[in-house]
Design a protein around this ligand. Structure first.
Ligand code: 2NL
Length: 348
């Protein structure tokens, strides 16, 4: 501590000390400075020891000045310490800051596929009309899929369906169902009329995918069996369902057709939802869009499942769920449903 030799003016010692204290930027350094000044061998402590060699009057005065100097230095150290502590605390708080009000974008939730939504909606609609929902396996017997539906083996009507056979049991005895009719055959074979069911589900055909065909698609079929069921009941049911699903402006019409399992048979069409019947490109200027098929259950089908066609009559209808969604939501290609492009799917 030669620079703080006893002869150096006390004011200079204090000024130097204050400058040092002011220059300190870390609390640890402040402690070193403090020790150099007021510690055992500190500059001020050493001056204190020289007091003993002074005359009492001088000693009192020098002692007072020394006390005053020490107090100034102590104050400066204390103030600097609290400044540094405050700065350290602020820095720590900033680093540890948690903003509990921060809004973080919500996790995106998925939703049901449009085809599933459509199936649910159609089920609800028919349940509201008094039907129950029936389900069955996607792999079924040739009997349930074809023979009971009035199509014996090798019958030419089978060529209407591009069937996929499964190697189970006898050759060509098990198929991936080509429609959901086998579900209705199962119900009719296992419970007596009256029957009011819809059978929705996945079906398979050996088709190449294009805008209007998918090899794996979804169908919903309806079946009503009771005494005195007429073609008028069928037409009324189709009309009730189409206006409930597509809206009051949409109506239905039936055109004669052929299915092996219904007689008479018809195709049903709905008012084109784009032009509401005026004629446009989508409906080829006809004002109508074909949706599915229907008819009165063929007596041969009743015979196959053990229901007496003299006592009971019934109607059935069927249409594609995918195609229904396509028409209602103005989708231009069925393949969008299976491409899994999230930009397409997220629209519905
Ligand atoms: C179509 C035509 C149809 C049926 C399905 C049916 C079922 C039984 C008996 C008689 Cl168990 N018929 N179903 C009847 C007529 C048409 O579907 O174009 N579907 C996409």
């Amino acid at each position: 501590m030669t620079e703080h030799a006893p002869l150096e003016p006390l004011d200079d010692v204090v000024d130097g000390a204050l400058a040092q204290v002011a220059a300190v930027v870390a609390i640890a350094d402040l402690e070193v400075v403090e020790r150099d000044l007021t510690g055992k061998r500190g500059a001020l402590t050493l001056r204190h020891r020289t007091l003993g060699s002074l005359q009492p009057d001088e000693r009192r005065e020098a002692g007072r000045l020394l006390q005053e100097a020490k107090a100034r230095v102590d104050d400066a150290v204390a103030e600097r310490r609290s400044q540094l502590e405050a700065a350290e605390r602020t820095e720590r708080l900033t680093a540890e800051r948690l903003d509990l009000t921060e809004v973080i974008g919500r996790r995106q939730r998925g939703h049901l596929h449009l085809v599933t939504q459509t199936r649910d909606e159609l089920e609800d609609l028919f349940v509201g009309m008094g039907y129950t929902v029936a389900e069955g396996p996607e792999i079924d017997t040739d009997w349930n899929n074809f023979q009971a539906l009035n199509m014996p083996p090798a019958h030419p009507a089978r060529s209407m369906w591009d069937t996929l056979y499964v190697k189970m049991g006898a050759p060509e005895s098990v198929v991936l169902r080509t429609h959901t009719s086998p579900v209705q055959i199962r119900v009719m074979s296992s419970q007596p009329p009256p029957i009011r069911i819809v059978a929705p589900g996945r079906c398979y055909r050996r088709d190449t995918p294009d805008a209007r065909h998918l090899p794996v698609f979804h169908q919903i079929e309806g079946l009503v069996v009771d005494r005195g069921i007429t073609f008028g009941n069928l037409a009324g049911t189709i009309e009730a369902f189409t206006s409930a699903y597509f809206g009051k402006a949409i109506h239905s019409r039936l055109r004669p057709s052929y299915f092996p399992f219904t007689e008479p048979s018809a195709e049903f069409e709905v008012t084109c939802i784009f032009c509401e019947g005026a004629g446009c490109r989508v409906c080829s200027q006809s004002g109508w869009i074909e949706l599915g098929g229907c008819g009165m259950v063929d007596p041969n089908v009743f015979e196959a499942v053990g229901i007496d066609p003299e006592e009971w009559s019934g109607f059935a209808f069927g249409f594609g769920i995918d195609r229904c969604a396509l028409v209602r939501h103005d989708v231009d290609d069925l393949r969008h449903f299976i491409t899994n492009d999230i930009r397409f799917l997220a629209q519905f």
